[in-house]
Design a protein around this ligand. Structure first.
Ligand SMILES: NC(=O)c1ccc[n+]([C@@H]2O[C@H](COP(=O)([O-])OP(=O)(O)OC[C@H]3O[C@@H](n4cnc5c(N)ncnc54)[C@H](OP(=O)(O)O)[C@@H]3O)[C@@H](O)[C@H]2O)c1
Length: 339
Protein backbone atom coordinates (compact mmCIF):
# COMPACT_ATOMS: atom_id res chain seq x y z
CA UNK A 1 0.00 0.00 0.00
CA UNK A 2 1.31 3.46 -0.96
CA UNK A 3 0.68 6.32 1.38
CA UNK A 4 1.76 9.59 2.89
CA UNK A 5 1.52 9.89 6.65
CA UNK A 6 -2.17 10.05 7.47
CA UNK A 7 -3.26 12.23 10.37
CA UNK A 8 -5.09 10.43 13.18
CA UNK A 9 -8.17 12.61 12.81
CA UNK A 10 -9.86 15.02 10.42
CA UNK A 11 -12.86 17.31 10.64
CA UNK A 12 -16.27 16.41 9.19
CA UNK A 13 -19.74 17.99 9.27
CA UNK A 14 -22.63 16.11 10.84
CA UNK A 15 -26.32 16.93 10.65
CA UNK A 16 -27.20 17.61 14.28
CA UNK A 17 -30.90 18.46 13.88
CA UNK A 18 -33.41 18.49 11.03
CA UNK A 19 -34.00 22.11 9.97
CA UNK A 20 -37.54 23.46 10.19
CA UNK A 21 -37.78 26.03 7.40
CA UNK A 22 -34.49 27.83 6.84
CA UNK A 23 -31.52 25.86 8.22
CA UNK A 24 -29.55 27.49 11.03
CA UNK A 25 -25.89 26.99 12.02
CA UNK A 26 -27.05 25.08 15.13
CA UNK A 27 -28.48 22.32 12.91
CA UNK A 28 -24.90 21.25 12.07
CA UNK A 29 -21.87 20.09 14.08
CA UNK A 30 -18.20 20.07 13.07
CA UNK A 31 -16.77 16.84 14.48
CA UNK A 32 -13.21 15.56 14.82
CA UNK A 33 -13.28 11.95 13.52
CA UNK A 34 -10.65 9.23 12.99
CA UNK A 35 -9.12 9.05 9.50
CA UNK A 36 -9.53 5.42 8.43
CA UNK A 37 -6.74 3.55 6.60
CA UNK A 38 -7.91 2.35 3.18
CA UNK A 39 -9.00 -1.30 3.03
CA UNK A 40 -8.59 -3.45 -0.10
CA UNK A 41 -9.82 -1.53 -3.16
CA UNK A 42 -10.04 1.73 -1.23
CA UNK A 43 -8.19 5.05 -1.33
CA UNK A 44 -7.93 7.90 1.16
CA UNK A 45 -8.39 11.36 -0.29
CA UNK A 46 -7.41 14.71 1.18
CA UNK A 47 -10.27 16.83 -0.08
CA UNK A 48 -9.28 20.08 -1.78
CA UNK A 49 -12.77 21.41 -2.63
CA UNK A 50 -16.23 20.54 -1.33
CA UNK A 51 -19.48 21.19 -3.13
CA UNK A 52 -22.51 22.75 -1.47
CA UNK A 53 -25.65 22.27 -3.56
CA UNK A 54 -29.35 23.12 -3.29
CA UNK A 55 -30.42 19.43 -3.36
CA UNK A 56 -28.66 18.96 0.00
CA UNK A 57 -31.43 20.98 1.64
CA UNK A 58 -33.93 18.27 0.68
CA UNK A 59 -31.69 15.59 2.17
CA UNK A 60 -31.87 17.33 5.54
CA UNK A 61 -35.60 16.44 5.74
CA UNK A 62 -36.65 12.96 6.78
CA UNK A 63 -38.72 12.28 3.68
CA UNK A 64 -38.62 9.69 0.93
CA UNK A 65 -37.00 11.15 -2.18
CA UNK A 66 -34.73 10.24 -5.08
CA UNK A 67 -31.75 10.38 -2.69
CA UNK A 68 -31.90 9.11 0.90
CA UNK A 69 -32.03 11.68 3.72
CA UNK A 70 -28.91 12.52 5.74
CA UNK A 71 -28.87 10.60 9.01
CA UNK A 72 -28.81 12.59 12.24
CA UNK A 73 -25.47 12.56 14.07
CA UNK A 74 -23.65 11.14 11.04
CA UNK A 75 -21.39 12.80 8.45
CA UNK A 76 -23.15 14.42 5.49
CA UNK A 77 -21.95 13.60 2.00
CA UNK A 78 -21.80 15.36 -1.34
CA UNK A 79 -19.44 16.09 -4.22
CA UNK A 80 -15.75 16.66 -3.48
CA UNK A 81 -12.43 16.70 -5.33
CA UNK A 82 -9.03 16.09 -3.84
CA UNK A 83 -5.77 14.20 -3.96
CA UNK A 84 -5.09 10.59 -3.06
CA UNK A 85 -2.92 10.42 0.07
CA UNK A 86 -3.11 6.64 0.59
CA UNK A 87 -3.98 3.94 -1.92
CA UNK A 88 -4.86 0.29 -1.50
CA UNK A 89 -6.40 0.13 -4.97
CA UNK A 90 -4.82 -0.90 -8.23
CA UNK A 91 -4.38 1.98 -10.68
CA UNK A 92 -4.53 4.73 -8.04
CA UNK A 93 -1.33 6.49 -7.00
CA UNK A 94 -0.65 8.92 -4.20
CA UNK A 95 -1.08 12.37 -5.75
CA UNK A 96 -3.81 11.40 -8.23
CA UNK A 97 -6.70 13.87 -8.37
CA UNK A 98 -10.16 12.32 -7.97
CA UNK A 99 -13.82 13.33 -7.85
CA UNK A 100 -16.01 11.42 -5.40
CA UNK A 101 -19.11 11.59 -3.23
CA UNK A 102 -17.72 11.93 0.32
CA UNK A 103 -17.66 15.69 0.74
CA UNK A 104 -18.37 17.76 3.87
CA UNK A 105 -15.07 16.52 5.39
CA UNK A 106 -11.29 16.95 5.17
CA UNK A 107 -10.32 13.31 4.60
CA UNK A 108 -12.38 10.63 2.88
CA UNK A 109 -11.64 6.90 2.65
CA UNK A 110 -13.61 5.65 -0.33
CA UNK A 111 -14.08 2.68 -2.61
CA UNK A 112 -11.83 3.59 -5.55
CA UNK A 113 -14.42 2.18 -7.98
CA UNK A 114 -16.81 4.94 -6.87
CA UNK A 115 -14.39 7.73 -7.74
CA UNK A 116 -13.47 9.32 -11.05
CA UNK A 117 -9.94 10.45 -11.86
CA UNK A 118 -9.86 14.05 -13.06
CA UNK A 119 -7.20 15.92 -14.99
CA UNK A 120 -5.86 18.98 -13.14
CA UNK A 121 -4.01 20.03 -16.32
CA UNK A 122 -7.28 20.41 -18.23
CA UNK A 123 -9.04 22.59 -15.64
CA UNK A 124 -8.62 23.69 -12.01
CA UNK A 125 -9.89 20.99 -9.64
CA UNK A 126 -12.88 23.04 -8.48
CA UNK A 127 -14.23 23.09 -12.06
CA UNK A 128 -15.08 19.38 -11.71
CA UNK A 129 -17.70 20.36 -9.11
CA UNK A 130 -19.20 23.01 -11.38
CA UNK A 131 -18.79 23.74 -15.06
CA UNK A 132 -17.25 20.33 -15.87
CA UNK A 133 -19.20 18.46 -13.20
CA UNK A 134 -22.75 17.72 -12.09
CA UNK A 135 -24.15 21.28 -12.53
CA UNK A 136 -22.55 21.55 -15.99
CA UNK A 137 -24.06 18.28 -17.14
CA UNK A 138 -27.42 19.34 -15.68
CA UNK A 139 -27.37 22.52 -17.78
CA UNK A 140 -26.23 20.71 -20.93
CA UNK A 141 -28.63 17.78 -20.72
CA UNK A 142 -31.51 19.85 -19.37
CA UNK A 143 -31.38 22.29 -22.24
CA UNK A 144 -30.38 20.10 -25.17
CA UNK A 145 -32.00 16.77 -24.28
CA UNK A 146 -34.89 17.53 -21.92
CA UNK A 147 -36.07 20.83 -23.42
CA UNK A 148 -35.16 19.66 -26.96
CA UNK A 149 -33.55 23.06 -27.62
CA UNK A 150 -33.41 24.10 -31.27
CA UNK A 151 -31.42 26.87 -32.89
CA UNK A 152 -33.67 29.93 -33.18
CA UNK A 153 -35.46 29.29 -29.85
CA UNK A 154 -36.00 32.10 -27.37
CA UNK A 155 -34.88 30.77 -23.99
CA UNK A 156 -35.63 31.99 -20.48
CA UNK A 157 -33.67 30.62 -17.51
CA UNK A 158 -34.20 31.43 -13.83
CA UNK A 159 -31.45 31.24 -11.23
CA UNK A 160 -29.44 32.48 -14.18
CA UNK A 161 -26.34 33.66 -12.32
CA UNK A 162 -25.91 30.35 -10.49
CA UNK A 163 -23.91 27.24 -11.35
CA UNK A 164 -26.53 25.64 -13.60
CA UNK A 165 -28.29 28.76 -14.87
CA UNK A 166 -25.19 30.64 -16.00
CA UNK A 167 -24.29 27.68 -18.23
CA UNK A 168 -27.82 27.15 -19.58
CA UNK A 169 -27.91 30.69 -20.92
CA UNK A 170 -24.45 30.52 -22.45
CA UNK A 171 -25.00 27.09 -24.02
CA UNK A 172 -28.25 28.38 -25.55
CA UNK A 173 -26.38 31.37 -26.99
CA UNK A 174 -23.55 29.19 -28.34
CA UNK A 175 -26.08 26.81 -29.92
CA UNK A 176 -27.85 29.58 -31.82
CA UNK A 177 -30.67 30.82 -29.59
CA UNK A 178 -32.60 33.75 -31.04
CA UNK A 179 -32.78 35.43 -27.64
CA UNK A 180 -31.60 34.46 -24.15
CA UNK A 181 -33.23 35.95 -21.06
CA UNK A 182 -32.22 35.38 -17.45
CA UNK A 183 -33.48 36.30 -14.01
CA UNK A 184 -31.40 36.66 -10.87
CA UNK A 185 -31.62 38.28 -7.45
CA UNK A 186 -29.36 41.37 -7.61
CA UNK A 187 -28.30 44.22 -9.89
CA UNK A 188 -24.73 42.89 -9.85
CA UNK A 189 -25.89 39.48 -11.06
CA UNK A 190 -28.08 41.02 -13.77
CA UNK A 191 -25.08 43.02 -15.04
CA UNK A 192 -22.92 39.85 -15.07
CA UNK A 193 -25.52 38.02 -17.17
CA UNK A 194 -25.56 40.67 -19.86
CA UNK A 195 -21.97 41.93 -19.76
CA UNK A 196 -20.03 38.72 -19.10
CA UNK A 197 -22.25 35.84 -20.22
CA UNK A 198 -23.81 37.48 -23.30
CA UNK A 199 -27.48 37.20 -22.31
CA UNK A 200 -29.69 39.44 -24.47
CA UNK A 201 -31.76 40.57 -21.49
CA UNK A 202 -31.88 39.99 -17.75
CA UNK A 203 -33.93 41.21 -14.80
CA UNK A 204 -33.83 41.25 -11.02
CA UNK A 205 -36.86 39.21 -9.95
CA UNK A 206 -37.00 41.11 -6.65
CA UNK A 207 -37.96 44.31 -8.50
CA UNK A 208 -41.57 43.44 -9.36
CA UNK A 209 -43.96 40.71 -10.43
CA UNK A 210 -41.98 38.16 -12.47
CA UNK A 211 -44.72 37.98 -15.15
CA UNK A 212 -44.38 41.72 -15.80
CA UNK A 213 -40.57 41.71 -15.82
CA UNK A 214 -40.51 38.68 -18.13
CA UNK A 215 -43.13 40.25 -20.39
CA UNK A 216 -40.88 43.28 -20.88
CA UNK A 217 -37.75 41.17 -21.50
CA UNK A 218 -39.52 38.76 -23.87
CA UNK A 219 -42.32 40.73 -25.56
CA UNK A 220 -42.78 38.01 -28.22
CA UNK A 221 -42.88 35.15 -25.71
CA UNK A 222 -40.47 32.27 -25.15
CA UNK A 223 -39.99 28.80 -26.63
CA UNK A 224 -38.03 27.22 -23.78
CA UNK A 225 -38.07 27.80 -20.02
CA UNK A 226 -35.34 26.26 -17.86
CA UNK A 227 -36.77 26.29 -14.34
CA UNK A 228 -34.42 26.40 -11.37
CA UNK A 229 -36.81 28.27 -9.10
CA UNK A 230 -40.47 27.16 -9.36
CA UNK A 231 -43.44 29.11 -7.92
CA UNK A 232 -43.96 32.58 -9.34
CA UNK A 233 -41.22 32.09 -11.94
CA UNK A 234 -42.85 28.94 -13.30
CA UNK A 235 -46.24 30.63 -13.41
CA UNK A 236 -44.79 33.58 -15.33
CA UNK A 237 -43.04 31.26 -17.76
CA UNK A 238 -46.21 29.23 -18.42
CA UNK A 239 -47.85 32.55 -19.30
CA UNK A 240 -45.00 33.54 -21.64
CA UNK A 241 -44.43 30.18 -23.36
CA UNK A 242 -45.60 30.03 -26.96
CA UNK A 243 -47.61 27.18 -28.50
CA UNK A 244 -45.59 23.95 -28.32
CA UNK A 245 -43.21 25.57 -25.81
CA UNK A 246 -41.11 23.33 -23.60
CA UNK A 247 -39.99 23.69 -20.00
CA UNK A 248 -37.33 21.74 -18.12
CA UNK A 249 -38.30 21.46 -14.46
CA UNK A 250 -34.84 21.25 -12.95
CA UNK A 251 -35.28 22.78 -9.51
CA UNK A 252 -37.67 24.77 -7.33
CA UNK A 253 -35.30 26.55 -4.95
CA UNK A 254 -37.89 29.20 -4.06
CA UNK A 255 -39.75 26.53 -2.05
CA UNK A 256 -36.97 24.37 -0.54
CA UNK A 257 -37.30 26.09 2.85
CA UNK A 258 -41.08 26.51 2.79
CA UNK A 259 -43.08 25.03 5.62
CA UNK A 260 -46.44 25.47 3.88
CA UNK A 261 -47.79 24.60 0.42
CA UNK A 262 -45.89 26.38 -2.37
CA UNK A 263 -47.20 29.27 -4.43
CA UNK A 264 -48.57 28.40 -7.87
CA UNK A 265 -48.40 27.86 -10.71
CA UNK A 266 -52.10 28.76 -10.79
CA UNK A 267 -52.27 28.91 -14.60
CA UNK A 268 -51.33 25.29 -15.39
CA UNK A 269 -54.43 24.83 -17.56
CA UNK A 270 -52.79 27.12 -20.13
CA UNK A 271 -50.53 24.16 -20.89
CA UNK A 272 -53.49 22.44 -22.56
CA UNK A 273 -54.32 25.02 -25.20
CA UNK A 274 -50.67 25.86 -25.82
CA UNK A 275 -49.75 22.14 -25.98
CA UNK A 276 -46.81 22.78 -23.64
CA UNK A 277 -44.38 20.10 -22.55
CA UNK A 278 -43.25 20.50 -18.92
CA UNK A 279 -40.71 17.83 -18.10
CA UNK A 280 -38.92 17.12 -14.84
CA UNK A 281 -35.30 16.01 -14.95
CA UNK A 282 -32.64 14.35 -12.81
CA UNK A 283 -29.09 14.72 -14.01
CA UNK A 284 -28.36 11.12 -13.04
CA UNK A 285 -30.51 9.95 -15.98
CA UNK A 286 -28.16 11.64 -18.43
CA UNK A 287 -24.74 10.09 -17.71
CA UNK A 288 -24.59 8.73 -21.27
CA UNK A 289 -24.14 12.35 -22.43
CA UNK A 290 -21.07 12.89 -20.22
CA UNK A 291 -18.45 12.23 -22.91
CA UNK A 292 -20.11 14.54 -25.44
CA UNK A 293 -20.65 17.16 -22.72
CA UNK A 294 -17.01 17.16 -21.61
CA UNK A 295 -15.78 17.38 -25.18
CA UNK A 296 -18.06 20.23 -26.23
CA UNK A 297 -17.96 22.28 -23.01
CA UNK A 298 -14.20 21.63 -22.67
CA UNK A 299 -13.76 23.02 -26.19
CA UNK A 300 -15.75 26.18 -25.36
CA UNK A 301 -13.65 26.69 -22.23
CA UNK A 302 -10.42 26.29 -24.20
CA UNK A 303 -11.40 28.75 -26.93
CA UNK A 304 -12.83 31.20 -24.41
CA UNK A 305 -16.38 31.21 -25.75
CA UNK A 306 -17.87 30.02 -22.44
CA UNK A 307 -17.20 31.73 -19.13
CA UNK A 308 -17.74 30.43 -15.65
CA UNK A 309 -17.50 31.89 -12.19
CA UNK A 310 -16.97 30.32 -8.81
CA UNK A 311 -17.60 31.73 -5.37
CA UNK A 312 -14.97 30.19 -3.12
CA UNK A 313 -15.35 30.05 0.66
CA UNK A 314 -12.14 29.17 2.49
CA UNK A 315 -11.96 26.51 5.19
CA UNK A 316 -13.91 23.35 6.00
CA UNK A 317 -15.08 25.12 9.16
CA UNK A 318 -16.99 27.57 6.93
CA UNK A 319 -18.81 24.94 4.84
CA UNK A 320 -22.16 25.51 6.55
CA UNK A 321 -21.81 29.25 6.04
CA UNK A 322 -21.14 28.56 2.35
CA UNK A 323 -24.20 26.31 2.11
CA UNK A 324 -26.47 28.85 3.80
CA UNK A 325 -24.95 31.64 1.71
CA UNK A 326 -25.74 29.72 -1.49
CA UNK A 327 -29.38 29.28 -0.41
CA UNK A 328 -29.54 33.05 0.20
CA UNK A 329 -27.94 33.94 -3.16
CA UNK A 330 -24.42 34.90 -1.99
CA UNK A 331 -22.85 33.09 -4.98
CA UNK A 332 -22.19 34.02 -8.59
CA UNK A 333 -21.56 30.76 -10.44
CA UNK A 334 -20.74 27.64 -8.44
CA UNK A 335 -20.39 27.89 -4.66
CA UNK A 336 -17.46 25.76 -3.47
CA UNK A 337 -15.52 25.37 -0.24
CA UNK A 338 -11.73 25.27 -0.42
CA UNK A 339 -10.52 22.93 2.29
N1 LIG B 1 -32.68 18.11 -11.34
C1 LIG B 1 -31.38 17.96 -11.21
O1 LIG B 1 -30.81 16.92 -11.53
C2 LIG B 1 -30.58 19.11 -10.66
C3 LIG B 1 -29.17 19.09 -10.65
C4 LIG B 1 -28.50 20.23 -10.20
C5 LIG B 1 -29.22 21.33 -9.75
N2 LIG B 1 -30.57 21.30 -9.74
C6 LIG B 1 -31.37 22.46 -9.33
O2 LIG B 1 -30.96 23.55 -10.12
C7 LIG B 1 -31.13 24.76 -9.39
C8 LIG B 1 -29.81 25.53 -9.41
O3 LIG B 1 -28.82 24.79 -8.74
P1 LIG B 1 -27.32 25.34 -8.66
O4 LIG B 1 -26.49 24.28 -8.10
O5 LIG B 1 -26.98 25.95 -9.97
O6 LIG B 1 -27.46 26.49 -7.56
P2 LIG B 1 -27.09 28.02 -7.76
O7 LIG B 1 -28.05 28.59 -8.76
O8 LIG B 1 -25.65 28.15 -8.02
O9 LIG B 1 -27.37 28.62 -6.32
C9 LIG B 1 -28.67 28.77 -5.84
C10 LIG B 1 -29.25 30.14 -6.25
O10 LIG B 1 -30.64 30.13 -6.10
C11 LIG B 1 -31.11 31.45 -6.04
N3 LIG B 1 -32.27 31.54 -5.16
C12 LIG B 1 -32.34 31.27 -3.85
N4 LIG B 1 -33.60 31.49 -3.40
C13 LIG B 1 -34.32 31.92 -4.46
C14 LIG B 1 -35.69 32.32 -4.65
N5 LIG B 1 -36.57 32.33 -3.62
N6 LIG B 1 -36.09 32.71 -5.87
C15 LIG B 1 -35.22 32.72 -6.91
N7 LIG B 1 -33.91 32.35 -6.80
C16 LIG B 1 -33.49 31.95 -5.59
C17 LIG B 1 -29.95 32.29 -5.51
O11 LIG B 1 -29.61 33.28 -6.49
P3 LIG B 1 -30.38 34.71 -6.60
O12 LIG B 1 -29.45 35.71 -6.01
O13 LIG B 1 -30.57 34.86 -8.06
O14 LIG B 1 -31.66 34.61 -5.83
C18 LIG B 1 -28.81 31.29 -5.36
O15 LIG B 1 -27.56 31.81 -5.75
C19 LIG B 1 -31.59 24.36 -8.00
O16 LIG B 1 -33.00 24.45 -7.96
C20 LIG B 1 -31.17 22.91 -7.89
O17 LIG B 1 -31.95 22.19 -6.98
C21 LIG B 1 -31.26 20.21 -10.19
Amino acid sequence: MAQQDLPATGREWHLAARPQGWPAPGDFALVEAPVRQPGPGEITVRNAYLSVDPYMRGRMNDVKSYVPPYALGAPMDGGAVGHVVASNAEGFQVGDAVLHGLGWREYATVDAARTVKVDPELAPLSAYLGVLGMPGLTAYAGLLEVASFRSGDTVFVSGAAGAVGSLVGQIARLKGAKRVIGSAGSAEKVATLVDDYGFDAAFNYKEGPVAELLGRAAPDGIDVYFDNVGGEHLEAAIGALRVHGRATLCGAIAQYNDTSAPAGPRNLALAIGKRLRLQGMLVSDHSALRGQFLEEVGGWLRDGSLRYDETVVEGVENAVEAFLGMLHGANIGKMVVQV
